[in-house]
Design a protein around this ligand. Sequence first.
Ligand code: DAK
Length: 257
Amino acid sequence: MSEPLLLVERREAVGLIRLNRPRVLNALNTTLVRELADVMEEMDRDDEIRVIVLTGNEKAFAAGADIQEMAETTPVQFVVKQFFADWERIRRIAKPIIASVSGYALGGGNELAMCCDMIVASETARFGQPEINLGVIPGAGGTQRLTKAVGKMKAMELILTGRMMSAQEAFELGLVNRVVPQDKLEEETMALAGEIASKPPIAVRLGKQAVLKALDLTLEHGLHFEQNAFFMLFSSEDQREGMKAFVEKRKPEFKGK
Ligand code: DAK
């Protein structure tokens, strides 16, 4: 029997997904991306899970889309295989996703990390969009998300030269939330995930949505979205509990209601 493409486990309120094609540095083939979207959607529906963590192995988060598979693909096959659709499903996950990156996050690997909501990187992580060296450009959001994350000048340089950057450089540019020693990567990622998992889940969801809207909308429309989300939270039990607990000087107990 062949190895599963994903290793999935639950750690309390955190759903942990590990990409598992180590022999090809976790190259993302279409089956893997489809299964990833399936698992993430399942976790999104599971009330017991509040945060999703996506990781790879020590050598690679993912070294990009599977070049072997992609090399002979025709434009029509991209459409027929729905190459874009599964990435779109990942983009629509409502719960926060943390990418925990060690080693290579290149091309589609970097794009996948950027589809997540936060990135914790080990000191050994290397980020880049090397597609230019293959005669193409990023196709899963790299030109857009990298530009929004690091600004036009740096994104232009990285995409037109294809050079890799270190975890430290990615951190300084604002692509990465924190850089930690390799042997602390899992612990630090799970600590961040656990902290977010302890927060009121409806507010967390709406907070995620509202921040993502800021990348998309004008300030006016974004503020409108934020206000509506803010009002909406006043119909949640967690808002009552959070504010009551503050007044009573005790720890709140959030139920996700
Ligand atoms: N695809 C397939 N196989 C890969 C791979 C990849 N992206 N990256 C590595 N491998 C395989 C290698 O071929 C090798 O296999 P064997 O020869 O052992 O059979 C094995 O993994 C180990 O790799 P290396 O021997 O090359 O390992 P090194 O340590 O020497 O080098 C490296 C590591 C990361 C520098 C090197 O492997 C490398 O440059 N890899 C390719 C990186 C790359 O160019 N990535 C971008 C790919 S293009 C889209 C969605 C996504 C995308 C586009 C559109 N839509 C939704 C439309 C994404 C496109 C891309 O990512």
